[in-house]
Design a protein around this ligand. Sequence first.
Ligand code: AMP
Ligand code: MG
Length: 415
Amino acid sequence: MSTPLGTATSPSRLTPLEEALPQLMQTASTLVGEHTLPLLQCRGHILANDTLAPLDVPGYDNSAMDGFALNSKELQSGRRNFVIMQRIPAGSLGTALQPGTVARIFTGAPLPPGADAVVMQENCKADADSVTVLQDVNPGENVRRRGDDIVAGSLLLAAGHRLAAADVGLLAASGLAEVSVRNPLRVALLTTGNELVRPGVSLQPGQIYNSNFYAISALLQSIGVTVIDCGIVGDDQTATEQALLHAAELADCVISSGGVSAGEEDHVRNALQAQGELALWKLAIKPGKPFAWGRLLGKAFFGLPGNPVSAYVTFMLMVRPYLLRCMGASNLHPQTYRVTAGFELSESAERQEYLRVRLVTDAAAGERNGMPMAVPFGNQSSGVLSSLSHADGLLVIPPFTAVAKGDMLSYMPLL
Ligand code: AMP
Ligand code: MG
């Protein structure tokens, strides 16, 4: 028997996000196992275990420049002319430096024993077998020390980290050919609405294309979720109940879109209450008021609104962090920034608003010292998908807040 979902809020109450999100996140835990992937396939995956550095990088003191490796004490004691006794390209080893001599050395080559600095070739006058050093060199100058980048035994990457391109390089530099990453979470996605048809089929009067399935699938794929397509469900209570149960049998988690308001043609909430458990309905945000969270057959269920912008925004704010935690990720929420409003707005109402904005730095939009300003897309209707496609991110307008040009507001990039 699974644990209860906590305080089921009164059905008519609008729950603020600051309340709903922690309540939801408390119920999330890692659901998936792990598997090993070769390095070239691991970008975007979530690291399953803390990974310790198996070796120092660099593994030996080496030259940061093409030049001459020398003992800086000899320079300090006044010597300027040296005999070039050896040549050390990258991949070769030199021999111990004798007094009065230097080694011709190249970037990445190991420093020979007895050398403690490299003088750049631009600061020397050299012929075939001797060199005059024209500038002083400090001990350690132009030398990359063993372990400067990575120290053996230190934490290279922590469990839960999503592997980016640089991390793939870091793992390779440490000699690791494969890593253990989290298995994908399996999410069943169904869309409700008699009016919906798939792109690729011609529209009959009264029909629209099902954009939510595609946008939400793309969001799920972008965080490494495996999407199970549960199709389009008509606006009928029995059909919705059956579709929800079927979806819950197939997946770790279920998401629906549409039919979650209080209208006669909205059946998702009743279907969930008939077959499972409703923990939350209606968020105090705009767009995205109708939003259901609950449980079906022990699986988390999210009923997204039908309006495409509302579906997208509620997914980003509520569902995405939940799914990331189920996949063992540690970085759950997009980084937010304070940015300057490049517009004015009369006082908002009780719902916190998420305006679709672009960050603009051109002079025409009022650029000052290259600081970006947030400019909203003209039509902020929750049905206007262009507003999302156009936007760089969401600008948060707290409840009962008017905006004046130049106000600083919280901004969340659309990832
Ligand atoms: P609903 O929440 O079902 O009342 O839908 C609200 C609005 O969103 C209506 O205009 C629907 O036609 C539209 N809508 C619902 N589902 C989708 C979908 N999957 N793709 C595009 N628009 C949708
Ligand atoms: Mg509908």
